[in-house]
Ligand binder design. Sequence first.
Ligand code: 5AD
Ligand code: SF4
Length: 445
Amino acid sequence: MLKNKLYIKTWGCQMNEYDSSKIADIMEKELNCIVTKSVKDANILILNTCSIREKAQEKLFHQLGRWKNFKKDNPNIIIGVGGCVASQEGKNILNRAYYVDIIFGPQTIHKLPMMINNVRKFKKYLIDISFPNIEKFKYFPFTKTKCFSAFVTIIEGCNKYCTYCIVPYTRGKEISRPYQDIILEIKNLSTQGVKEINLLGQNVNAYQYKNDKGQIFNFTDLLIMISKIKDIKRIKFTTSHPKNFDNQLINVYKKIPQLVNFLHLPVQSGSDKILSLMKRRYNIFEYTNIIHKIKNIRPNMQIGSDFIVGFPGETKKDFNETISLILDVDLDMSYSFIYSPRPGTPASKMKDNVDIKEKKERLHLLQYHINQQVKKFSYKMLNTIQTILVEGISPQNNKYFGKTENNRIVFFTSKNNYIGQFINVKIIDCYLYSLYAVFISIVKN
Ligand code: 5AD
Ligand code: SF4
């Protein structure tokens, strides 16, 4: 039998990274595939793409152009394109890259082994970018991991249709996984040593699952269930939406100590006018209200966000309101992007009146303020005791490393091996995103 060696190149968000890990799992199970880090070794090449920003199509064809040569040397190589660009472009990909064998979407990754078999059998390309009602997760085997922190998808797709965003078109509508499956997956991960779970979804707090008895379970209910899994000591999630951040969810921070003191809650803009044009469904008063309520419960809570600058219609005044928000809310680590028109979205039809030079200047200024905030919080951590989950030894500096609740990477040296354990360290030096520390004590269970 042909020995399958799989090479996967992944672009984009954590959801895409997660999907790629699931592709590897299912390909190993169904086709006895070994994942290789060397593209030259592989006979199955998969490109898992992202189209949320930038010129994704050009990047895609550039990459495929390089892979074309491998196929010239070995016509048995299978090339597959998946993810959001595949979902957006579909068959059009073949017009410029006729040598692609398989085009699949984010919701059809479980069909990949079958598609590969059929391409080999019938010697014809295959496309499936549908959003089938059946749940792809049913097909994935349990992940085998040696890590102590793991991602678990709880909800797929998005129903929000923010005017700038392509995700609802490429990933489809919201589908929540059954809580029973999520709990089972987390329990399985915990038996392998996982102690920290990062719940994933475009909009995790829109989670809603109706069981056979008609009972409805929301995100808060799910968090409570997960908090009861004995060995899961830390719970993180990404990304949540302010519209669904209700009082029930805010109040659960009183009950679940495993929930970290860091919340990534994308606001996108500090201007109510722009939020309305973006169709974000909240205003700045409502956003800051959530933050105040949550800080009332957890005074040490740090907040991160996402920002888009240069959205159509954004004036200097609107932009200044964004800067004020960063300072008023005292935001920590945040991501920021220049607005990028996405094909077929309502915003792409709006008049884009901010020139690119101005957009770049705004981004630069925004990032300056974000970095100042990050520095401020990192310096505040100096000489404090922090709890980290030790994840391994860094190949860069040969030091042990772990992460704090607010996602700072901490390096330290030690004679003892604490990998896989939560330990307390004292921060003795700090850089923008990384900290240096000395060991203090092991965290008792
Ligand atoms: N242009 C720029 N940034 C975007 N994002 C989503 N769509 C666009 C777009 N068209 C950003 C948002 C979102 C993050 C994942 O990507 O800030 O929160
Ligand atoms: Fe896109 Fe808005 Fe959905 Fe987030 S909430 S994935 S920005 S449509």
